[in-house]
Ligand binder design. Structure first.
Ligand code: GLY
Length: 571
């Protein structure tokens, strides 16, 4: 067995003998990829937590495939990384099914409850009420993650759901040592957690933030996961769990009904696919804005040979492409089941040709020449993991409860921390959300509608190598994944792609956010002279990448060194 270890990235020489199980009755819209000649013969998983990565490998060892492993990773993250994702939230998955060479997209995004009312997000004076948008039961959408896990097991997995959920149930029941990120998140959100007794009981045992090294148990979540394992959707969306969640929401003044829960459904959608310089990119369609934006940016960039321009002009062209894509993000995108979007236009190379013509060769285009917003620190929350199994099945999943520790509202008796995804709607027209993103009517809240996301789980299939890639980071998810894709195309290995320095522009505010060290002094000076305002910020991302080199048939996995190093753990 070959073991290459970083603290949460394992490559283990599993040899799985059968192809991925795929239910023939599955009504999946999918695209086809030309058969990849080889199977890797071993698997790679990169996630944000060592226990989650181990859970994935445990399930592969039981005979599971990448999709079973994804259930194990996501459910374990719900226990050990609740600040970022969980069964009270949702996820989006871009996947490649090796048997049949199909690319599919699973949308397990949250939905607005039927009684959603924009007035609930306004103060009496008509100004936005940021508290109801981000904390407590009004901020939460109906969770999609449990249904997404059930869907993965039913349509793509080889193992019973209960087997894939077993590591998470065990970890929640027997306990684990929270990492510093979780402890820091609890510390930061202590005041909000204290507002709701069940949140305080879960996250502040004995009234305090757990000490480093303490074993932390979550018996309520273990029980809720057990019911999901036993009864599937009925174990969460109806029966005792649903009643407890709806009762808790009501007791805290919220407006969910049992019907909101029982009518939740997962959607399979056609992924966005595009060709960029011989690389096939498979990525997230609406209700994520990520894939449309990445496609638009790459379509604009495809008219330039980035290998032939100097660093300053390369950055200039990428920023200007980002600016134009984010403008469209604000104007057009929403839930495809509710709004008509001009996707043919946005994804067309001719549209990109037109946008490219508006880029000045040596000068920034002020966003005010196009339209306005304001910005907050995109922050770090949400989680991404990437998996390639021995048969060449691939899963890129980005999962979220939105902001750090979601709504901070735990439904009594369930261990379920609800998301605060309602803030991803344009709750108040032309007022920015927590990521500084503006929205139009296309993303206005409506009963049962999915809020727009930036999640961009992606698969990139090049002539010789394949990458599974994604990152958390609010609106910066899109640009981080884009830059990761470009780093991969430039030849980077998994570590290079996860580690590469980042910058971000989202049209408004009209600033280029940069990571310390992204640009040297002369590049910064040249960009400033071209009219750019550069602003450093931290933190950046938690990219998790798995790359399969089909020439050598080696799989390589890496996690973002920015976050992993802070914990200093190696397994
Ligand atoms: N909640 C972050 C996103 O979906 O983009």
């Amino acid at each position: 067995m070959k073991v290459a270890l970083r603290w949460h990235v394992l490559l283990i020489g599993f040899v799985l003998t059968t192809g991925a199980a795929f239910a023939a009755d599955n009504p999946t819209p999918s695209t086809k990829t030309a058969p990849l000649a080889l199977r890797p013969g071993h698997a790679g998983i990169a996630s944000a937590n060592a226990l989650a990565t181990q859970a994935g490998f445990e399930v592969l060892a039981k005979g599971g495939n990448a999709f079973d492993a994804a259930i194990a990773v996501a459910s374990t993250l719900s226990v050990v990384e609740p600040e970022s994702s969980g069964i009270g939230g949702g996820f989006m998955a871009t996947m490649h099914v090796a048997s049949g060479n199909r690319d599919v997209f699973i949308d397990a995004r949250e939905t607005a409850p039927a009684a959603v009312n924009p007035k609930d997000y306004l103060n009496p004076d008509g100004t936005p009420n940021r508290d109801t948008a981000l904390k407590g039961p009004f901020s939460a959408g109906i969770p999609g993650e449990p249904a997404g896990l059930v869907w993965l097991a039913k349509h793509y997995g080889k193992l019973p759901l209960a087997d894939s959920l077993a590591p998470a149930i065990r970890t929640a029941r027997d306990g684990f040592k929270p990492d510093n990120r979780l402890l820091g998140s609890i510390e930061d959100e202590q005041k909000n957690l204290q507002r709701w007794p069940a949140s305080a009981a879960k996250f502040l045992p004995n009234g305090k933030v757990p000490a480093a090294g303490d074993i932390w148990r979550d018996p309520d979540q273990a029980h809720t996961l057990q019911l999901l394992a036993q009864y599937g959707n009925a174990g969460f969306y109806s029966g005792k769990t649903a009643k407890k969640i709806v009762d808790a929401v009501h007791a805290a003044g919220g407006n969910w009904t049992l019907k909101d829960m029982s009518s939740y459904s997962v959607k399979e959608r056609l992924p966005i696919t595009l060709d960029y310089r011989g690389y096939k990119i498979i990525t997230a369609p609406p209700p994520s804005s990520g894939g449309v934006a990445i496609a638009e940016i790459l379509n604009i960039l495809s008219g330039f040979d980035l290998t032939k321009v100097d660093q300053v002009h390369r950055v200039h062209l990428v920023i200007e492409s980002m600016r134009r894509a984010f403008r469209d993000h604000n104007d057009y995108l929403g839930d495809p089941d509710f709004v008509k979007m001009p996707l043919n236009m946005l994804l067309s190379p001719y549209y990109a040709d037109g946008l490219r013509q508006t880029i000045l060769p040596d000068k920034a285009t002020p966003s005010s020449m196009l339209a306005p917003s304001s910005g907050e620190d995109p922050g770090m929350h949400t989680t991404h993991f990437s998996i390639i199994d021995a048969d060449g099945n691939m899963v890129a999943i980005t999962a979220t409860v939105n902001y750090v520790l979601g709504s901070t509202f735990v439904a009594d008796g369930t261990g379920v921390l609800l998301n605060d995804e309602m803030d991803d709607f344009a709750l108040v027209p032309n007022k920015p959300n927590v990521y500084g993103l503006l929205g139009s009517k296309a993303n206005a809240p409506e009963p049962g509608k999915r809020m727009l996301s930036s999640m961009s789980p992606s698969i990139v299939i090049g002539p010789d190598r394949t990458a599974v890639i994604g990152s958390p980071g609010g609106s910066t998810i899109i640009t981080q994944v884009l830059e990761g894709i470009l780093a991969f195309i430039d030849g980077g290995d998994a570590h290079d792609v996860a580690a590469h320095k980042r910058f971000h522009h989202q049209y408004m505010p009209d600033v280029v956010m940069t990571e310390p060290g992204t640009f040297d002094a002369s590049t910064s000076e040249a960009l400033t002279k071209m009219g750019y305002t550069l602003k450093q910020r931290e933190p950046w991302g938690f990219m998790n990448v798995v790359i399969w080199d089909r020439r050598t048939n080696k799989v390589d996995a890496a996690s973002d060194p920015r976050r992993a190093d802070g914990l200093g753990k190696v397994q």
